[in-house]
Design a protein around this ligand. Structure first.
Ligand code: EPZ
Length: 419
């Protein structure tokens, strides 16, 4: 398994191009199953998770061609409506093929994704939404077996709490349903509006995406389209936080600061100077430690759970005490003991972590536990004195495109050790 060696203590200077958003790309890729015409995605990130979903889509009959950042998908015929355990287990977003397969073919058998390191992550809301649209759903030996022989119909679905995946899943399925669907208490993450834009370009009739109520008027068929994947707000925020921890000045291009929601004022309050540019933002850290701040993770536009780990790494050397409350996932502090190995002073009590800033972190061997936790270790490694060796970097490859290359160009000493 590959490792990453980082020699820390060097400020970052330069420009980083931000890739297309993983969490948008995975959903618009699933949308390709809704039409027999080609769907072309530009600004598509080349990531392990994207490759994993391509393998699954190929099984369902989609041809794929990746050329630079352009991904062309064509599911002329659906070859199989079954998504096996092996491919869904490794990546939860694979579960989102269920709705499109059901909407197009009237049936699908998709493995339940199971839990994962950051929490149990059930899919009950996904299944309730599809049931409300007329699907008959049975669970059989770890598989969801769904059928709607006469097609799905529109429904009024009020989510009891906000779920990104269930909102997207319901939206995907409702595009080809008979009649209108209303989603209430829908997730408002920018990736939802991006998926709606892609589906509308394919001929869907979706209004209100990005707000709490989404209305979808079903259509007979969808057609091919070209869609540009929106920039990755988590990658944007993570590199901004790397500047907060290691110092320096970075221009983050091909992105939009407004995608950061509540994380933007938090970065500024912590002591980063942020200048909004037409094509991104410039982030600068004046000498001296960051200010400690309290945050609570919330659905968008609140502080994103996917930046919580990186924020903790930045707070590890801040001046003062920071309280970080995680409200989305029940087990998302696995980076805390790893950061502690580097000298961070963190105590975790239930869903709240208290970080007492120390003047400096020290490099150490650490273990990446999930995608965003891994990035928090990279940020800590960039700021720390001496060498940090990060084990299990495959987690990083799932969601951060060309990480070493992007950081090396900005002066970081970071090297992949192949094993
Ligand atoms: C998406 O996961 C993202 N993944 C996550 O990013 C992100 O952390 C999360 O949204 C929140 O922003 C992708 O887009 C591929 P949810 P998702 O449904 O859709 C519970 C990353 O690092 N829930 O909004 O799975 C669930 O357990 C990943 O890139 C149910 O109880 O998140 C969680 O506690 C990690 N039943 C909460 O809701 C359901 O049916 C929110 O989950 C669905 C969800």
């Amino acid at each position: 398994m590959d490792k990453l060696a980082i020699i820390g203590g060097r400020a970052l200077y330069g420009a980083i191009p931000i890739s297309g958003a993983k969490n948008s790309a995975l959903k618009v890729m699933a949308a390709s199953l809704l039409t027999d015409e080609p769907l072309t995605l530009t600004n598509a990130p080349r990531l392990a998770d994207v490759d994993m979903l391509l393998r699954l889509l190929a099984r369902h009959g989609a041809d794929a061609a990746f050329d630079d950042a352009t991904l062309r998908l064509h599911a002329r015929d659906i070859a199989s409506t079954e998504a096996p355990y092996d491919l869904v287990r490794k990546m939860r977003a694979s579960f989102n093929v269920l709705g499109p397969l059901l909407a197009r073919e009237g049936r699908a058998k998709v493995s339940l994704p199971g839990g994962c390191a950051i929490g149990a992550r059930p899919v009950d809301l996904h299944l309730k939404a599809l049931t409300a649209m007329g699907a008959a759903i049975e669970l059989d030996e770890g598989y969801v077996v769904a059928s709607a022989p006469r097609g799905l119909h529109g429904a009024h679905i009020a989510f009891p709490f906000v779920s990104v995946g269930a909102t997207e899943h319901a939206m995907l399925a409702a595009t080809l349903a008979r009649g209108g669907t209303v989603l209430e208490n829908a997730a408002r993450e920018p990736e939802i509006a991006d998926l709606a834009d892609c589906l509308n370009a394919m001929g869907a009739r979706i209004a209100g995406a990005g707000g709490a109520t989404i209305e979808i008027e079903g259509v007979e068929r969808l057609h091919g389209a070209t869609h540009r994947v929106l920039p990755d707000r988590i990658e944007t925020g993570a590199y901004a936080m790397a500047v907060g921890a290691a110092g320096g000045e970075l221009t983050l291009s091909g992105t939009d600061a407004r995608l950061l929601g509540a994380a933007l004022p938090v970065l500024e309050e912590a002591g980063l100077e942020i200048e909004l540019l037409d094509d991104g933002l410039r982030v600068k850290k004046s000498p001296g430690p960051c200010r400690a701040l309290d945050i609570v993770t919330q659905p968008f536009p609140g502080f994103p759970t996917d930046l919580q780990a990186q924020f903790m790494a930045m707070m590890a050397t801040a001046e003062g005490v920071s309280k970080i409350k995680e409200t989305i996932f029940e087990n998302r502090f696995m980076h805390a003991p790893e950061l502690a190995r580097m000298g961070a002073k963190i105590s975790v009590d239930g869903q709240t972590a208290t970080v007492r800033g120390v003047p400096r972190l020290k490099g150490a061997p650490v273990m990446a536990t999930d995608l965003r936790a891994s990035m928090s270790l990279v940020i800590a490694g960039l700021a720390a004195e001496g060498q940090t060796m990060i084990n299990r970097v495959y987690h990083l490859d799932r969601g951060f495109e060309r990480l070493e290359e992007k950081l090396t160009r900005c002066g970081a000493l970071i090297e992949r050790i192949k094993e």
